[in-house]
Structure formats: structure tokens, C-alpha cells
Ligand binder design. Structure first.
Ligand code: ZN
Length: 440
């Protein structure tokens, strides 16, 4: 027996605890996965890497006039800081960051329609805004869920525009009540770092071992969430596939990568692709899993490669009587990091209908998962993976259609800003050092 529904269910339960990037619990989950591999005779390593772990010491927002009320908010990591007294000013609601709106933001705090992204941040800074509030959640959240605002950090350029996150119901109240004066405070140590981990397991191929198939899944969760669906399910799917390949040696090498810190910006998978740069050319494909096993759900496969590969997967699914919906796109999961490193990739997921199971809050437990639904994704992905690793010729063209290339370029811009900043900083430090030396 190489794939086992009962074992999968047991390990899924054992892995369903809160495991936030950079915490002891995340490390405990990494050790658990490594241990499960070793029990099955599979060689596994834990690879550590540094992450941003900004510490927010104070984040408050209150209306001062014409009424007094404090609202529940959290601060956006690396977004910026105010002083102890905060910023006292007017609030303006930005439906859309078009110029007519931006004419009115100077010196004000902007309540945003959506999320703060690097482009919007740049526009607002140029227009003279002094702070932002982003909206999260749904009107229909009960109180206990509404309070679980999900922490986030800014990508790329940060440190200029202090940002808060507020629940959408509070935002609605603010827009209706036209406050004349508000105050926001955000104090944080944006430079704090933490340690996160990837778990990497390898099963060497027999005769084509220089070619690699990677199976990946993130094993971290967000705060408040046990992350049973997102993404203990994907992690255990990979583990079960490794059990299979441990018993049936593949012709090509199979690597499992359980990624840490996905929830804070695909950090683990990006680090993996950097650290294993030399292997990227040899990696023929990446199969990623992010959220499977939900009882009421439908199977999707998001392919970041070419139409040819997308259609091949679709066809294979039809042959297996699987109602898999395939699309060509990038996905907000670790497959995007592999695609960004030049490796054709896909993510399998089983998504819930509207009103169905939820993630990123304390509802993400085993409650709406079921073993038979879990096996649908696992069985098909294993069937596909077996073909990839055992065919004489690699069937995946190393090619990305234009729609994918464009999206990957767009993403790279965000992260390269991050890198440019670091480069600039170290150069500035160098400059200061030489100046100091000159003084001497
Ligand atoms: Zn996820």
C-alpha cells in the first residue's frame, strides 16, 4: 500500500494547528513533515532562511470629531510609522485612485476601496497623502471573525506611508458618518527579522535522475487559523505522493518542497528557487497544491506554462472522468515562484462554492473536509506525476505563453524593487563609511 487514505487523514489532523511564518509552531510543523519522511525511509532536510518579521507595537484609529469612537485596526508591516501622538487630520474615501480623487488627498488619511499595492502607494505619496486604511473581511462576518484581521506586510518600497487594515463594516460606518477629524497611530520596528524553513525531500530517479519533478505545498498558516484546508491538505497530498514514489522508484528524480512563509508573499518558494538555482534548468515541472479535500468543492488546475500543457492536463483529466477545470494563468501560490524561475508549473486546488468553507480565520478546521474528496485531487495528481517521471522523453515543453510571461514580469517588478532597495541601502551604508573614513 503506497497511498493511504486513513494515514493521510490522521496526518492531516496532526498537522492542523496554527503555524505562522517565523514562529516555533511553524518549525514544529517542519519537523513533523521531516519526521514523517524519515519514517517512510525518505531523505529530508530542513533549509532555513531569513524573513521580514516587523513588530507592530501600536496601531490605533479613532474618530475625534464630531463623535468619539475607537475602531479595531491592525498595522501593515513595513508600511511606515507615525510618532507617538499619531496623525490628526481629515479622512477621505478613495473609490478609485484617478486624478480627480487624488487632488483632494493632500495631508489626509485615505480610506481605500481595495488593497494597497505598490502602484497605488506611489500615487498616494506623490499626491501628498499621509496615511492609508485598507479594507478586509465581509459584511456578513460574525464578530469573532471580523476581529481576526489578517496581518500583512507591504511589498517593495515601504516605510513611507503608514497603513492600517480595518474591517469592511467599520469602513462603511466611517463613510456614512463623515468624520471631520480622525487620528491614526502606527508604531513599529520594521527592521525585525525572523527565521522560517522549507522542508526538502528527495527520491532519486533510476535512469533519468538528472531530470527533476518538484511537488510543492506551503505548510504555514495565518494567525488564528489552524490551516487544515489552507494548506495542511496540500502538504499531506505531497507527503502521500512521496510515500508512493518511495515504494515505486521513478525514472526521474522527485523532490518534495514544503514551503514556509507562503502566506507572507511566497517567501519560502522564492528562497528555494534562489538557493537551488542550479537545479532550475533540470527541473522539468512543478506540481503545487494549495487547498484540497473540501467536501463541497470543485477541482481546478491553474497552469503557468503554455496552452499545450494546459490542454494536455485537461485531456488527461477527461480520460479519468475528472471534472477538472483547467486554466492558463498565474496563481497566488508557490507555483508562481517556480514559473518565475523558468520552470513550467501548475497548482491543483479544490475550491468551495460561495457561502462554503472559509480560510484565513478560525473556521479553517477539518469540519468541512472529507477523505474521499481529498483523494480526488491526490489520485489524479499522482496519475499525472507518474506519467511525467516515467516517460522516456520529457513531455513538457519549456515554454510560457505570452499571458503568463507578462504576469510574471509584473510580479518581478514588485520584488525587484525590494531587492533594489536593499542594494541601495548597502551602497548608502558604504558611502557613509567612506565619508566617515575621509573625515578621519
Ligand atoms: Zn494557501
Amino acid at each position: 500500500m503506497s497511498v493511504c487514505k486513513e494515514r493521510a487523514w490522521k496526518t492531516l489532523e496532526e498537522l492542523s494547528f496554527i503555524r505562522v511564518a517565523g514562529t516555533q509552531e511553524e518549525l514544529k510543523a517542519a519537523q513533523y513533515l521531516k519526521n514523517e519522511c524519515e519514517k517512510a525511509g525518505i531523505n529530508a532536510e530542513i533549509e532555513e532562511f531569513e524573513i521580514d518579521m516587523p513588530v507592530i507595537s501600536k496601531a490605533t484609529f479613532e474618530v475625534l470629531e464630531p463623535y468619539k469612537k475607537e475602531y479595531h485596526v491592525i498595522g501593515i508591516g513595513k508600511s511606515g510609522t507615525t510618532d507617538e501622538n499619531g496623525i490628526e487630520t481629515e479622512l477621505v474615501y478613495i473609490e478609485n485612485a484617478v486624478d480627480v480623487h487624488l487632488n483632494h488627498v493632500k495631508g489626509k488619511i485615505c480610506l481605500l476601496h481595495g488593497r494597497l499595492n505598490p502602484e497605488l502607494s506611489e500615487k498616494l505619496i506623490k499626491a501628498g497623502a499621509v496615511g492609508t486604511i485598507s479594507i478586509a473581511g465581509s459584511f456578513y462576518d460574525e464578530k469573532s471573525i471580523a476581529d481576526e484581521l489578517r496581518p500583512r506586510n507591504t511589498f517593495g518600497k515601504g516605510g513611507q506611508l503608514p497603513g492600517l487594515v480595518m474591517h469592511i463594516s467599520d469602513a462603511e460606518e466611517l463613510v456614512r458618518s463623515h468624520p471631520a477629524k480622525v487620528r491614526m497611530v502606527l508604531l513599529q520596528d520594521a527592521e525585525k527579522k525572523g527565521i522560517s524553513h522549507n522542508v526538502v525531500a528527495t527520491i532519486e530517479g533510476s535512469d533519468l535522475k538528472d531530470e527533476i519533478l518538484t511537488l510543492s505545498a506551503h505548510y504555514d498558516s495565518v494567525p488564528y487559523s489552524k490551516g487544515a484546508w489552507d494548506n495542511a491538505t496540500g502538504s499531506i497530498t505531497v507527503l502521500e505522493m512521496m510515500h508512493y514514489f518511495a515504494k515505486h522508484q521513478p525514472r526521474r528524480t522527485v523532490k518534495a518542497v514544503w514551503c514556509g512563509s507562503e502566506e507572507i508573499g511566497l517567501v519560502g518558494s522564492r528562497k528555494y528557487c534562489e538557493t537551488h538555482k542550479d537545479e532550475m534548468d533540470k527541473t522539468i515541472f512543478n506540481i503545487n497544491f494549495d487547498m484540497t479535500g473540501v467536501t463541497l468543492g470543485h477541482e481546478i488546475c491553474c497552469v503557468s506554462a503554455s496552452n499545450d500543457v494546459m490542454h494536455a492536463i485537461e485531456y488527461l483529466a477527461k480520460l479519468e472522468n475528472n471534472a477538472l477545470e483547467c486554466k492558463l494563468d498565474t496563481y497566488s501560490s508557490d507555483s508562481t515562484s517556480f514559473a518565475g524561475a523558468g520552470v513550467p508549473a501548475c497548482t491543483f486546488a479544490r475550491l468551495a462554492p460561495m457561502g462554503g468553507a472559509q480560510i484565513h480565520n478560525h473556521y479553517d478546521t477539518m469540519e468541512h473536509l472529507d477523505p474521499d474528496s481529498f483523494m480526488i485531487t491526490l489520485n489524479f495528481a499522482l496519475h499525472f506525476a507518474k506519467q511525467l517521471v516515467n516517460t522516456t522523453t520529457n513531455l513538457i515543453p519549456r515554454k510560457f505563453d505570452e499571458v503568463i510571461t507578462k504576469k510574471l514580469e509584473e510580479r518581478k517588478k514588485w520584488f525587484s524593487e525590494e531587492k533594489d532597495e536593499k542594494k541601495k541601502e548597502s551602497e548608502e551604508n558604504k558611502d557613509e563609511k567612506t565619508k566617515e573614513e575621509e573625515k578621519k
